[in-house]
Design a protein around this ligand. Structure first.
Ligand code: PHE
Length: 360
């Protein structure tokens, strides 16, 4: 066997066993590269006699061609195998169910959603949002709101009292959001147009009452805000909130120390078929308290009742949420049961807006 035969066998063997393209390239360089074994052989042709060249030339060129062909077909085979492997490793079963992304499985609590809805509606009417502390002084929760000392209205609220301080004064967990009326009137100049959503507390617990619940207060103070404006605002709110064309409302005379006159408002509904619906029917459901801000309250905030007047209203957010979304019991709102929130909660990106729809 000649050295050419040996070299060819050797190279073809290496090509056949090259396990990947990098190994194959190394073989190519060792044979056909500048200093490769076959290239070196080709270089010897120049120094040969014509006769020698006639004999050796075809042999060496033949060797080069066969090695080149073998390299090409091995490269193709390796590339095909690599593609096969990649297709196999990246194969996906498109029939598998989708795994939800975190933002798709999180839920917004109905209370937060309803607060956002209420805020969107009142923002559209030019109201801004004000807030105050959950722990209040007796002054803000009662006295400045025209509850006289020892007045039975203080008892009406089933107040939670904190331990007395060294002067015997007891702070309270605010029983309503109305103290923030006082905080607002004492800190900003009229015209005032605010809503005040927040937590409130009363010693009460059953299917529709929890010791902590939520209210939203409304307050409008300027030189001429009147009862007609109050009714218009509330009617607009109810129509927008319950997403109905029109809703009958009934203003019943009532009493709150901080408003005069005062009213409780019922909205028209039907309870046919065990389900409550608004904007139709002959039944009534109480949804809020309201009235014209009492002159004593204005005075307590340094406002002259001959110059300024206005109205206030307050409603239970939890109750509004239960009514709108058909939840029969209030207590699970605060039990942090993930099954409940998955059922009644809202998708994080379904942000309520008047344009996009409150409950899109
Ligand atoms: N604060 C009253 C309540 O909790 C509601 C209310 C607010 C009434 C504002 C009139 C005006 O019952």
């Amino acid at each position: 066997m000649t050295d050419l035969d040996t070299l060819e066998r050797d190279l073809l063997g290496q090509i056949e066993t090259a396990s990947d393209e990098a190994a194959l390239e190394a073989v190519r360089v060792s044979a056909l590269g500048k200093k490769g074994s076959v290239s070196e052989l080709l270089k010897t042709l120049g120094a040969m006699t014509p006769d020698e060249r006639k004999e050796r030339g075809p042999l060496i060129n033949g060797l080069r061609d066969r090695v080149t062909t073998a390299l090409g077909s091995r490269r193709e085979a390796l590339q095909g195998a690599a593609l096969e492997a990649r297709l196999a490793s990246e194969r996906i079963d498109v029939t598998l169910p989708l795994r939800e992304a975190p933002e798709a499985s999180g839920r917004i609590h109905p209370i937060s959603q309803v607060i956002d809805e209420i805020t969107a509606i009142f923002a559209d009417l030019g109201f801004s949002v004000a807030e105050g502390p959950d722990i209040e002084t007796d002054e803000y929760n009662f006295t400045a709101l025209n509850f006289p000392e020892g007045h039975p209205a203080r008892e009406m609220h089933d107040t939670f009292f904190l331990a007395p301080d060294h002067l015997g004064r007891r702070k309270v967990l605010r029983t309503h959001t109305s103290p923030v009326q006082i905080r607002t009137m004492r800190s900003v100049e009229p015209p005032i147009r605010v809503i005040i959503p927040g937590r409130t507390y009363r010693h009460d617990s059953d299917q529709t009452h929890t010791p902590m619940f939520h209210q939203v207060e409304g307050l409008v103070i300027d030189r001429q805000a009147n009862i007609a404006n109050l009714k218009w605002v509330l009617e607009n709110f109810c129509r927008a909130f319950f997403e109905v064309e029109s809703v009958g409302m009934r203003f019943r005379p009532s009493f709150f120390p901080f408003t005069e006159p005062s009213a409780e408002v019922d909205i028209q509904c039907t309870r046919k078929g065990g389900e409550i619906r608004f904007g139709e029917g002959t039944d009534w459901l109480e949804v809020l308290g309201c009235g014209m801000v009492h002159p004593n309250v204005l005075k307590n905030c340094g406002l002259d009742p001959d110059q300024f007047q206005g109205f206030a209203f307050g409603m239970g957010i939890d109750r509004l949420a239960m009514l709108k979304y058909g939840m029969p019991d209030l207590r699970p709102f605060f039990e942090a049961d993930v099954r409940w929130i998955e059922h009644y909660g809202f998708r994080p990106l379904d942000v309520p807006s008047l344009v996009g729809g409150l409950t899109a």
